[in-house]
Design a protein around this ligand. Structure first.
Ligand SMILES: [Fe+2]
Ligand SMILES: [Fe+2]
Length: 207
């Protein structure tokens, strides 16, 4: 069972046996392209963690496991949330593609034995974000968008560069582009997404 991990110091040999276990498990439960995405997010998280001084193990683990509940259908996720007494807002029910992140935090604890709160909350917030995210949360949120296998978003090259220069601004730009895309395509936008957007807009405009 994973417990709260202490930050590694220079000279400590990293214990990556749990990372290997998570990979093995994910490979069994996720579709190949989703598994590939998970690996790519974990590597991107590690790069960002090096840049921003975040614990590398936590970043790698959170990135790897962030989509661990993605294999469930929307209906299955809603049922599983009811069973586990996971609170879903009306907005989440209107945009069920976000529920895998909320339930993912529970699933990562129950099925992967992860009880590190920082990792679980990075999984929980990886789709909607939240105002004033922790560095680890912002790293997973950003890595999910910029990882190397992504190619559809319009400003990827610019946002990838920005992520290593100014993480708050990268979070803002990702929110901006995601909300713009949903508005143009008629997708439902959760209030939580707007809250995240407004917070980071104000943050970068007032500093
Ligand atoms: Fe996801
Ligand atoms: Fe993802």
């Amino acid at each position: 069972m994973a417990s709260d991990k202490k930050a590694k110091k220079n000279g400590d040999k990293p214990d990556i046996s749990e990372i290997y276990e998570y990979r093995k498990k994910l490979k069994k439960i996720l579709k190949p392209d989703r598994y590939e995405h998970s690996l790519s997010v974990s590597f991107t998280c590690v790069c960002l963690a090096m840049r921003y001084g975040v614990d590398l193990y936590k970043a790698e683990a959170a990135g790897l496991v962030h989509d661990c509940a993605k294999q469930f259908s929307d209906e299955e996720l809603i049922k599983l949330c009811k069973k586990e007494k996971v609170e879903l807002t009306d907005d989440m029910l209107k945009a069920p593609q976000v529920i895998h992140s909320v339930f993912g935090a529970v699933y990562a604890r129950k099925e992967f034995g992860i009880d590190d709160r920082d990792i679980l909350s990075a999984i929980y917030y990886h789709t909607l974000g939240r105002p004033n995210m922790s560095l680890l949360e912002a790293i997973v949120f950003t890595a999910d968008y910029i990882e190397a296998r992504r190619y559809k978003a319009s400003r990827l090259t610019e946002i990838r560069k920005l992520a290593f220069e100014d993480l708050d601004r990268a979070v803002y730009e990702i929110n901006h582009d995601t909300i713009t895309y949903l508005e143009e395509s008629g997708g439902f936008i959760c209030k939580d997404s707007y809250d995240t957007y407004r917070y980071y807009k104000e943050l970068i405009e007032t500093r």
